[in-house]
Write a protein that binds this ligand. Sequence first.
Ligand code: GDP
Ligand code: MG
Length: 157
Amino acid sequence: MSHHDERTFVMVKPDGVNRGLIGEVVSRFEDRGLKLVGAKFMQIDEELAHEHYGEHADKPFFDGLVEFITADPVFAMVWEGADATRQVRRMVGETDPAESAPGTIRGDFGLDLGQNVIHASDHEDEGANEREIDLFFDEEELIEWTPIEETWVYEDA
Ligand code: GDP
Ligand code: MG
């Protein structure tokens, strides 16, 4: 295991899918030098939505959140790289797009807290990345591979 094999879970939410932003989002992580190790286009059912957003079950926005995330397909992904969880969150921006800096995904593509384009595992929630990967992907759906450009991303690759 090397220092640059941290994995994180990311998904384009139904608003991002409907707005044709899958390619844009994938491009940003590819351009950063992160490695895609899993991806699927899928629809989240009620049960998965409750599990994924369980920490928010008591919040007033929970029912609306479940309705939103199950309304249409999502594009779920696993990205790998050095400090991947934290770096992806930096690229995603703040929870509220209105507070997200331009240059971040939410800051460039969103205006509304309830429709913020993308989910990414929280780096401040220890183990959230692994839990979310396990929830959405089977082990055999994750691919170990070495992109040809890797030696030009990491000095010690
Ligand atoms: P995240 O980790 O940045 O996605 O944010 P949270 O874990 O705090 O919340 C999960 C998701 O719930 C957010 O991405 C939003 O889609 C939604 N959400 C959070 N807070 C609110 C809120 O106050 N109102 C609404 N409508 N949705 C919210
Ligand atoms: Mg969160």
